[in-house]
Design a binder for this molecule. Structure first.
Ligand SMILES: Nc1ncnc2c1ncn2[C@@H]1O[C@H](COP(=O)(O)OP(=O)(O)O)[C@@H](O)[C@H]1O
Ligand SMILES: [Mg+2]
Length: 421
């Protein structure tokens, strides 16, 4: 009888493939997904998700891609060591854009036409680059130029970079600073917390059918201590521990089996990871500390220089300022009247009594004025309670509320994303 039969499992619960079916929505993974969805829904240009190896970056991307499968066109680049030209061609191939030319300007024009066509039918186009730390500088620069493709209102293209944290350092270099400024949403995947570790193991077991396999209490501590909450290491460790239980013919995995697995892995494939662990534990402590010491208001509002664990909004709506590149011609061709030229008509209604509104959509923008064309000054998340200061009714009947967030900042929010208390 093999191990799966013995435990009555449908499949190996701890396979190392980034399978969306096994996706465990930890706090950090959920946060990252929220950021990714926000980028597409709000038509932001660039998003960067970073995380140490094994923290679940590819898994999150697979879940995200799956959820947008029928609603968006996505190109996924998994081998980013490509020159700018190779990169562009690989993206276009993934998106099924037929090319009849090798001239770069014509290729870009074909791409622009494709983007405009998709924009007209409301289908977002998303480029995802996994392991983006491997992109050469010139290819990163090409991506920035591609992100110049936009209409007067929206970005036509959303670009998501998934990378190890070292990319952040590279982006600070002079050469890539322009690109860095374009990245309006950032999220960091952190390892699982200690209480999430056992939940994660149980979750995967249940997905695989669970069967007759039981976990003894008290496994959480040694597993967390060894893995520092990194899912890939948890998977390897759990697999070994189950194997050790199986060899004994036991249907309960105990501390003894985990200790055996740890001994087995030490000095083996995990050697490097173990050395890394102390660094990770330190990083985790810093993150936890910063969250504890952060003002309560940060829970609702992500600041311009935000908490590492939360998606950050680096700057409001981006205005491309590079006029020398080839995409400028494309931009001019798609440009309409500037947002400032479209003035909002309606009436301001002062609030007599103190009223509040609760954010009901996953995330919502706060703008400098009661109009979609106004600059975005911040964003809030579902459940945030905002004090209403003013109310604005558009000629069309649509309402906006001027609200105050817990840290004292003010902005306008559309009524459809809040419920008035
Ligand atoms: N949130 C999660 N839910 C379920 N499994 C996860 C999660 N995060 C990571 N894993 C598992 O951990 C392993 C490594 O994940 P992966 O996405 O490949 O990490 P990375 O791309 O950051 O190196 C995979 O086996 C994956 O299934
Ligand atoms: Mg990966």
């Amino acid at each position: 009888m093999d191990i799966l039969e013995f435990y009555g499992l449908k499949e190996d619960p701890f396979r190392l493939t980034p399978d969306p079916v096994y996706f465990f929505p930890s706090a950090s993974h959920s946060e990252a997904l929220l950021s990714l969805n926000y980028v597409v829904q709000q038509k932001e240009g660039f998003c960067l998700v970073t995380g140490e190896p094994g923290t679940g970056k590819t898994t999150v991307i697979n879940v995200f891609k799956e959820s947008w499968r029928d609603k968006a066109e996505t190109a996924l680049v998994l081998t980013p060591r490509l020159s700018p030209e190779e990169f562009l061609l690989s993206v276009l191939e993934d998106l099924n854009v037929k090319l009849t030319t090798t001239n770069k300007n014509d290729i870009l024009k074909a791409f622009r036409d494709f983007l405009v066509e998709k924009s007209q039918i409301g289908k977002p186009v998303i480029i995802i680059v996994d392991e983006a730390q491997n992109l050469p500088d010139e290819t990163l620069e090409e991506l920035r130029l591609l992100s110049n493709l936009e209409t007067y209102k929206d970005k036509l293209l959303q670009i998501i970079l998934i990378a190890q944290p070292e990319l952040e350092k590279r982006l600070n270099k002079d050469k890539l600073r322009q690109l860095s400024q374009r990245i309006t949403v950032r999220a960091r995947l952190t390892p699982l917390q200690s209480d999430e570790t056992l939940e994660y193991i149980n979750y995967r077991l249940i997905k695989a059918g669970k069967g007759f396999l039981r976990l003894d209490g008290g496994l959480s501590k040694p597993i967390y201590k060894f893995s520092a909450g990194i899912p890939r290491i948890i998977n390897i460790l759990a697999s070994r521990a189950i194997m050790s239980a199986y060899l004994e013919g036991s249907n309960i995995v105990t501390k003894k089996h985990v200790r055996y697995a740890i001994r087995h892995l030490k000095g083996g494939v995990m050697g490097v990871e173990i050395k890394r662990r102390s660094k990770l534990v330190y990083a985790l402590s810093v993150i936890i500390l910063s969250i504890i010491t952060g003002a309560a208001g940060y829970y609702y509002l992500v600041e311009q220089k935000g908490i590492p664990n939360l998606p950050k909004v680096e700057s409001p709506v981006q205005v491309p300022h590079d006029t020398k590149d080839t995409t400028q011609a494309i931009k001019s061709a798609t440009e309409g009247p500037s947002p400032a030229e479209t003035e909002q008509k309606g009436t301001i209604e002062k609030q007599e009594q103190r009223k509040t509104a609760t954010v009901i959509s996953n995330s919502a923008n706060l703008r400098s004025g009661p109009s979609l064309n106004s600059e975005r000054v911040a964003w809030t998340q579902k459940g945030a309670i905002l004090e209403i200061i003013d109310e604005f009714k558009e000629a069309t009947g649509k309402r906006w509320y001027k609200v105050k967030v817990p840290d004292g900042r003010e902005g306008w929010i559309a009524d459809k994303v809040v419920s008035k208390d």
